[in-house]
Design a protein around this ligand. Structure first.
Ligand SMILES: [Zn+2]
Length: 151
């Protein structure tokens, strides 16, 4: 057993690709490369009740950050806020920088160089909630229909 990693990551039924390096799940509980974006959920640094949904779009590199209630992030003013930095840091731990850069179709050093653009937070957040719901399921060998969401 590796104490750095939560038990759910160690089960054979876990869907999560083993991170390249251990991640700090409390800070960025959800990160994925999906829908043509690097997207995820980032905890607020000051308020544990609040989370931000942050994303970087592949190709254009446009960035977005808002609360799960679709309120714009106050830190996103023409350049990436700390949540986007945290999201990217965690994505690099999860997937490795090469894979992240390839997915976003950008140079490794330019991943946060895009302009802000509105992006829907609700979809990402609902995927996060489904992700949580899945993690709470008892370990099982029966295929789970919701799994196709994560492909
Ligand atoms: Zn933000």
């Amino acid at each position: 057993m590796n104490a750095e990693r939560p038990a759910w990551e160690q089960t054979s039924a876990g869907r999560v690709v083993a991170p390249v390096q251990p991640r700090k799940l409390a800070k960025v509980p959800f990160v994925e490369l999906a829908d043509g974006r690097l997207q995820g959920v980032v905890s607020s640094g000051s308020d544990i009740e609040r989370v931000y949904v942050s994303s970087i779009t592949a190709g254009t590199l446009t960035i977005n950050c808002s609360t799960n209630n679709n309120r714009p992030c106050g830190g996103l003013r023409g350049s990436a806020c700390k949540h986007l930095h945290a999201l990217l840091d965690e994505a690099v731990l999860q997937y490795g920088v090469d894979r992240v850069a390839r997915y976003l179709r950008a140079e490794e050093g330019a991943l946060l160089s895009g302009q802000p653009e509105a992006a829907p937070a609700a979809m990402v957040f609902s995927r996060f909630l489904r992700h949580l719901a899945y993690l709470e399921l008892p370990e099982s060998t029966v295929p789970i229909p919701e799994m196709h969401w994560f492909r």
